[in-house]
Design a protein around this ligand. Structure first.
Ligand code: NAD
Length: 489
């Protein structure tokens, strides 16, 4: 097994296929956004068509074993996996912080633990799952939940560790074997996860990791007709490609995609709390699908809101993701930072007002936290996901206009509302067209609640039993039973 030393951690840089580490003749480079010019953090195996074929064959064999295990036995392995993740918190956190500049303190305090919790929760859910069994129409009727088969799990570069556990745990709990293809801009924490599966006791081929470029090995994996589920988190553009492969092979395809969430502040809101939360949408350099990037404020509180927003934004510290005082770390990649800047330049040229920020840092991948007041609701910066520290600011006259503006993009992932009125919270919350609405709070979510988007923000729902349903095939078994009366429903 080849490894790279990443912050003192030996990180495997090959694929994990059928329980063995497997290299490729080609590699790709991952760099640290903290020190881009230092060159490669690691040279990672670059999978190709042959790698994909090998991984799918291993997953087919792995499924025959893992998919036949009783739920309690699978749950035991999942719980060991959770324990192992927790035991390696510091290593996972530093690798993620170097590989994609995720805040080290957030990794240690929240995200690694939530990753472990994903495995623990699905161990509990799969053990608790009951079969429906009822008499009707002269028959005993039983609904059996069958694992679907090998699943391809494709994840994005933002919050890569936590998002990977979130998608992998339900697939595995359901009894599917998996092939995980992480994003090429932040592939390393997935390798630690793969390493832990060997210790946790998954049988060979139940859990496979394939590294490489999306358009190459990712496309080859999703095109393989032996795959029975595809679950993807990433951009709508990539989802269109993957969806075509899923359609060709008639494979259920779940997609968690981009967002353009509104953050709506009513005049009755706790203004300082709302402005603080709005400024904190710059967190993770705005590379957050759920972020409330469109700030919509009652026109009557425009000036005090802006004053408080700037005060909170000014207090945020740009720095190195490993340092405790840092709030905003560098962006993941120069290409992405340049794409974000191009949005701002086009907005400027189109007549939108750049209220703050709008510049690249001269000597790092930081992008200055940016607020834009668009000339119109049709402006590109209002209608398209930017995925960087760029927020828009607009005002509304009344509740009806706030709802109309909130619902006015093709996306529909999440929304944040600030109001002290319980009636308004419920009324507005119900009127919003999206998968998740937070009122006077943000990001906290019980893992059993459904998660997903409307419109181009996604297909289907993850979270709790919803993800288990996706990864299962239900079978209705009907056994003639003369003791059951024919006139039962
Ligand atoms: P992306 O679509 O570019 O890539 C995501 C993954 O798809 C990567 O692993 C990539 O290698 C792979 N890929 C690319 N082309 C492929 C192809 N043709 N076939 C198979 N796989 C392919 O997205 P990204 O830039 O990594 O992530 C950012 C996007 O993800 C944003 O739109 C963001 O909002 C979204 N996102 C959504 C959620 C959510 O839960 N809804 C969470 C995080 C990120």
């Amino acid at each position: 097994m080849r490894t790279a030393d990443v912050g003192g951690v030996a990180v495997p840089v090959d694929h994990l296929i059928g329980g063995e580490w497997v290299g490729s003749s080609e590699t790709f480079e991952t760099r640290s956004p903290l020190d881009w010019d230092a060159g490669a953090l690691a040279d990672v195996a670059r999978g190709d068509q042959a790698t994909a074929d090998q991984a799918v064959s291993a997953a087919v064999a792995g499924f025959a074993e893992w998919g036949s295990w009783p739920a309690a036995k699978r749950a035991g392995v999942m719980r060991r996996m959770a324990d192992l993740i927790e035991s390696r918190t510091d290593e996972i956190a530093i690798v993620e912080s170097l590989d994609m500049a995720f805040l080290l303190r957030s990794m240690k305090a929240r995200l690694v633990g939530r990753g472990a919790l994903n495995f623990r929760l699905y161990a509990d859910l799969i053990e608790a799952a009951e079969e429906r069994d009822w008499p009707a129409k002269n028959m005993r009727n039983v609904v059996q939940r069958m694992p679907a088969g090998p699943a391809v799990v494709i994840t994005p570069w933002n919050a890569p560790f936590m998002l990977s556990t979130w998608k992998l745990a339900p697939a595995l709990a359901a009894g599917n074997s998996v092939i995980h293809k992480p994003a090429e801009w932040s592939p390393l924490s997935a390798a630690l996860l793969a390493e832990l599966t060997l210790e946790a006791g998954f049988p060979p081929g139940a859990y496979n990791l394939v590294q490489g470029i999306g358009e190459e090995v990712g496309a080859a994996l999703v095109a393989d007709d032996r795959i029975r589920r595809i679950t993807f988190t990433g951009s709508p553009e990539t989802a269109r490609h993957i969806g075509r492969s899923a359609a060709d092979n008639i494979v259920p395809f779940g997609a968690e995609l981009g967002g353009k969430g509104p953050l709506v502040v009513f005049a009755d809101a706790d203004l300082d709390a709302a402005a603080h939360r709005a400024a904190w949408q710059f967190d993770d350099s705005g590379q957050v699908c759920l972020a409330g990037t469109r700030i919509l404020v009652d026109v009557s509180i425009r000036e005090p809101f802006l004053e408080a927003f700037h005060r909170h934004a000014d207090a945020m510290v740009l720095g190195d993701s490993r340092q405790d005082e840092t709030d905003i770390a560098p962006m993941v990649h120069p290409d992405h930072r340049d794409n974000v800047h191009a949005f701002v330049e086009r907005a400027r040229a189109a007549g939108d007002t750049i209220v703050r920020g709008g510049t690249k840092a001269p000597d790092s991948l930081h992008y200055e936290p940016t607020l834009i007041e668009p000339a119109s609701n049709d402006s590109e910066v209002v209608q398209s996901e930017i995925f960087g520290p760029v927020l828009t600011f607009q005002t509304f006259d009344d509740e009806a206009e706030a709802i109309e503006m909130a619902n006015s993009t093709a996306y529909g992932l999440s929304a944040i509302v600030f109001t002290t009125s319980a009636e308004r919270a419920e009324r507005v919350g119900r009127a919003l067209r999206c998968g998740l609405v937070w009122v006077n709070t943000f990001l906290v979510r019980d893992l059993t609640a459904p998660f997903g988007g409307c419109g181009i923000s996604g297909i289907g729902r993850e979270g709790g039993d919803h993800a288990l349903e996706f990864h299962s095939d239900l079978k209705t078994l009907m056994i003639l039973d003369d003791s059951v009366s024919p006139d039962q429903p």
